[in-house]
Design a binder for this molecule. Structure first.
Ligand code: ITT
Length: 200
């Protein structure tokens, strides 16, 4: 069966990606299974560049197809921040959420529109040249005044997707996995993976 490494150490991402892929004939492993692979410096200037960096590095170390997800939150009144630096806005999810809420408060702006972005990249090691598949997904919504809900990870407790009166954390993984940036990016890359490997 086809084995793919999910190039992440983020357990929340891994859970959502695994759930989406559960009916496909693939075996998934992740960076949690390869502790010897060093930390990958995300020095790209876009989500797509960082996704490529992660996928190509992990595919190089494992000699397996590697699927990376680079994602983040872009907030209108913060001129798109934290953006590609979303994971670097604090050491824990709580610290990052607090920093975002404080930064919005300081703008004295009532406008709290935001979007989640997810860039996916699958690098397939192949001689003489690797093959790369890519996709992107967006989810639009707004930032709430305070965290609500327990499910999910990262900024989920303060992100309310358009069309809902609940945060991602209150909606739970099942609904999130139908409408999220990650779900959309996966919906776009999965047909490419199926076609490339002639699955099913
Ligand atoms: P990997 O690089 O190992 O995949 P990471 O957590 O460092 O894990 P990123 O560099 O892509 O991942 O940073 C994404 C940041 O945005 C991180 O702080 C996440 O918690 C947050 N984030 C991404 N997708 C999210 C989602 O669906 N819900 C809430 N927060 C999310």
């Amino acid at each position: 069966m086809l084995k793919i490494v999910i190039a992440t150490r983020n357990a929340g991402k891994l859970k959502e990606i695994s759930e989406k892929l559960k009916d496909y004939p693939v075996v998934l492993v992740s960076l949690l299974d390869y502790p010897q692979i060093p930390e990958i410096e995300e020095k790209g200037t876009t989500f797509s560049e960082n996704a490529f960096l992660k996928a190509s590095t992990v595919s190089h170390y494992t000699n397996l197809p590697a699927l990376a997800d680079d994602s983040g939150l872009e907030i209108d009144c913060l001129d798109g921040k934290p953006g590609i630096y979303s994971s670097r806005w604090g050491k824990t999810d709580e610290e990052r959420i607090e920093k975002v809420l404080k930064a919005i408060q300081e703008t004295r702006n009532k406008e709290r529109k935001a979007r989640f972005v997810c860039a996916m990249c699958l690098v397939i090691p192949k001689y003489p040249e690797n093959r790369t598949l890519t996709s992107e997904g967006f989810c639009y919504g707004k930032i709430t005044n305070f965290p609500q809900g327990d499910a999910g990870f990262g900024y989920d407790p303060i992100f309310m997707p358009d069309g809902y009166n609940l945060t991602f954390s209150q909606l739970g993984v099942e609904i999130k996995n139908k409408i999220s940036h990650r779900a959309k990016a996966l919906d776009e890359i999965l047909p490419q993976i199926i076609a490339y490997f002639q699955l099913k």
